[in-house]
Design a protein around this ligand. Sequence first.
Ligand code: RIB
Ligand code: CA
Length: 306
Amino acid sequence: MTTRKIILDCDPGHDDAIALFLLCYTDKLDLIGVTTTCGNQTIEKTSRNANNLLHYFNKTNIPLAKGSSKPLNRKVMTCPEIHGESGLDGFTFPNYKDNFDYRVAYQLISDLCLENDKVTIVTTGPMTNLALALIHHPEIKEHIEEIVLMGGSTKEGNITKEAEFNILVDPEAADICFRSNIPLRMLGLNVTRRILVNDDVMENARKINTRGSDLFVKLMKVFNENQKKFFSLPSGPLHDPATIISLLRDDVFTFEDMNVSIDTSNTNKVGKTICTKEKPFNCKVATDVNLEKYWEVIYDHLKRCL
Ligand code: RIB
Ligand code: CA
């Protein structure tokens, strides 16, 4: 079976960092590019964080391109309450040098798609870069095997009652992606908010005692504190790695075919992912998660990062 080629478009961000970590420590997926977008923090901060993470994971050979500094048509929205001023509070990296590609994110995405027969695009932040790639280079569509996103919800949102952050920041970009006829796989809050970095998870990670677990524990300590403070959650929901784990294992998430559309109105429903069982189906939507197996994958990879 051929190994899927993956482009990760992200806004690190604590949970993005763990999604990137999994990609850097698996041989089941081939990470061919990383792009950054504004979201959890400004583009400069999310890009610096992605640069630091790729250095830390010894993967500076992977092309990294900075993306959009703002959504397509809306104001910048960041989330320092959860991810802190740096966007990755809790862990201090050595003073790594910048290792950015000469291209902007949507150009790197387009070039990598055209250079490869089939690419899977994983988005764990607002979908601006992918939307720009589809706008400027629609010919890439036939090279994209699947869009796997953390975003949306079949139930309620997190930033507003209706909308989840990644979709709310740039609903127009999400709309372009959801109307693209490219196969979609959505891991939304209805499953990811059940994936909590609780005390048992922290203790299990701590006991692994590797460079990977050290990064995990230090980042999750701050992530948990902020999630408790801002969302009154018992601990942090580890959203973004769900995208990667759904590609690594087919026994962790349950999916249902649905029709998903994006509310791009200027009402209190803006950013809502409207999920129905009416045809035509355009998206596989995660409806359940096996938590024990989810954490099994995380621990297994933490052990590899020596
Ligand atoms: O709503 C959760 C999502 O928004 C996660 O991807 C988190 O990193 C933020 O980007
Ligand atoms: Ca994210």
